[in-house]
Design a protein around this ligand. Sequence first.
Ligand SMILES: C[S@@+](CC[C@H](N)C(=O)[O-])C[C@H]1O[C@@H](n2cnc3c(N)ncnc32)[C@H](O)[C@@H]1O
Length: 262
Amino acid sequence: MNANHWTREVFLEHPEMFLPLLEDRLSRAREQVDGLVKLFERYGVEHGSMVLDLACGIGRHSIELALRGYNIIGVDISLDYLGIAERESDRKGVSDHCRFVGGDMRSIGSFFEGQLFSSSLSLFTSLGYYDDETDLSILRQINHLSLDGGLLIVHIMCKKHAESLDGKRKLRKNNGILRIEDSIYDEKTSRLKSRWTFLKEKGKGYKKIGVLHFENRLYTYKELSEMIKLAGWDHLESFSDLKLNPFEGGSKYVVLLSRKAD
Ligand SMILES: C[S@@+](CC[C@H](N)C(=O)[O-])C[C@H]1O[C@@H](n2cnc3c(N)ncnc32)[C@H](O)[C@@H]1O
């Protein structure tokens, strides 16, 4: 990986700083997996099928899916996150149904010899980290790892929402740590550039403890659905979230459900 790429700083050098965001969302995993399971049942992904959770983080969806009877392979670049996922899957008694593999999604096609998946997931804006050709290549590689009729579920922030964050500052507090999120949307590159400054309570004030930079490529519905099609997938349905609410113009997120084209 390029030594200066932002993902290195966020996920490899300081995974502990992004971790609270993933932990915060652990409580949403159960209802999100309810939505995923509804889609699996609607499109014939049977219990016991192999599911790929690409960029699985701490395994919040992988583990919940394993509890519902699916077999999961979670792939992530952060060995710290995978360690948490492994310990949690052990604790919940589903380690026989989850395997966590360290690696870079850009070469996902070379990871599994002879292994084909019934469904592949890319959840919580885990695409758009590199350039458009790389996203297309990742989607193509997953296509080649899919069984005939296999599903792809991509859940990602919408470009329109990213535009609305331009020039905005958000403050969030968690366990005595204040996070200041400053964002700029670059129209020329369709990238949301964010700087997160972390401050820790000290006496009556705060002390700066770190800064993370993000640079996410966001897509419109049309751009993303065209790219998914180009990668060999047929569109099935779209939603605004994993509770399967309908997608509308102002939705912050989009969930695109596709099936491997014949
Ligand atoms: C926004 S988090 C989403 C995690 C998980 N899907 C979830 O919903 O909790 C993005 C994840 O992508 C992983 N990641 C970043 N770059 C990656 C790469 N090149 N290959 C594999 N995983 C990567 C990070 O380590 C992180 O866990």
